[in-house]
Design a protein around this ligand. Sequence first.
Ligand code: PMP
Length: 452
Amino acid sequence: MTIQPNSIEGRDRAYHLHSYTNAKALERDGALAIERGEGIYVYDASGKRYIEGMAGLWSVAVGFGEQRLVEAARRQLETLPYYHTFSARTHGPAVDLAEKLIRMAPVPMSKAYFTNSGSEANDTAIKMIWYRSNALGKPEKKKIISRIKGYHGVTLASASLTGLPNNHRSFDLPLPGIFHTNCPHFRAFAQEGEDEAAFVARCAADLEALIEREGAETIAAFIGEPVMGAGGVIVPPAGYWQAIQAVLKKHDILLIADEVICGFGRTGEMFGTTTMGLEPDIITVSKQLSSSYQPISALLINDRVYQPIAEESGRIGTFGHGYTGSGHPVAAAVALENLAIIEERNLLGNVQALAPLFQSRFKALESHPLAIEARGIGLIGALELAPREGFATGQLGPKLAAVMQENGLFSRAIGDSLALCPPLIITEQQVGAMFDIFEASLDQFQAQLKVA
Ligand code: PMP
């Protein structure tokens, strides 16, 4: 299809550098312009409808076109469109949201701190931890451990935490002082003859070996997603988090739970922390916090983190950190209304009711000749394609995603895994329709591969 210079695609190609896109391929093929959304659906500029099987970027919990969020934003824009929280100023929406989050927290938390993206939240977590170590008179305790295939964002520090090659290659990352330990993906990383229990024990032993090699007194924190999302939807085996946390406790290392995807219902509980039995000192949230109708994220910190920070800021004279948009009133008002919708419509109940169907449809696809493994929990899952002669690793996934898109379903290709993470408002009938397209697309793709 030729792209007209004055069309949205033409002007996009002329003026816009895209995130996570091959810029050269975009110059050739152009982008797909999305015009509007309604419920679980989005529509492109030609009017074609797609099931948004990824809820945008794992985030639009309440679906598209939610008028209550539009109204909440409008009301706030009319009363106080902007204010900040620097220098001891505050405003209602930031206070209301901080109180709401502390009351919702899955483990006792002391304070909420606001940021604008998941990356900023995780970056801020590192800064808080460094500040805390200095406050405690332990300036050497600064190193952070993350995991291979963990995803924590793209700022200099959060991209360093992320354990994926694309986020490091050609960016001169990771920064020093950030280390990656094992990924808890049993099928991919278990050694010959190892069962789940032995695999879990090895993950914990490898973590401990890393800590001892570096010196426990130099390690400040461990960060992990309760269930890994962007690394391929990886649900850790039973006992994994218990074994990891025992090592962290023994060596006085803080735990940061990155709940940016899991938070607010994705796993069938309000937080993945509860689903997986975590006891974090810091929780970072974003995405479903506002259903991404506004950019907002937050850190919830416990007293172990808050008290030394408060002491240090008292000594220095200020906590020298903050964003112009921290606790933005419009974003906070939208987040509050969004959380009210999640509770009033019992979207947690919807996830619990539909998870068995969602997961069993994934599991059924595992026996497809092209597939090797289905993974997931709650309303998040992925199907991994088997390696195939003539295709490099990571080549098949995007090709199948393109077939699915043609058939009216957006999924996300993570290498050769196809992820689904639909809006939490999805119905039983819509789950069925989504998987019918997935299944038909797999068959169609298989036929294409045979011909090729
Ligand atoms: N943490 C996790 C677990 C995420 O999935 C993401 C985004 N996919 C981030 C952090 C980064 O969030 P953002 O893109 O808002 O910076």
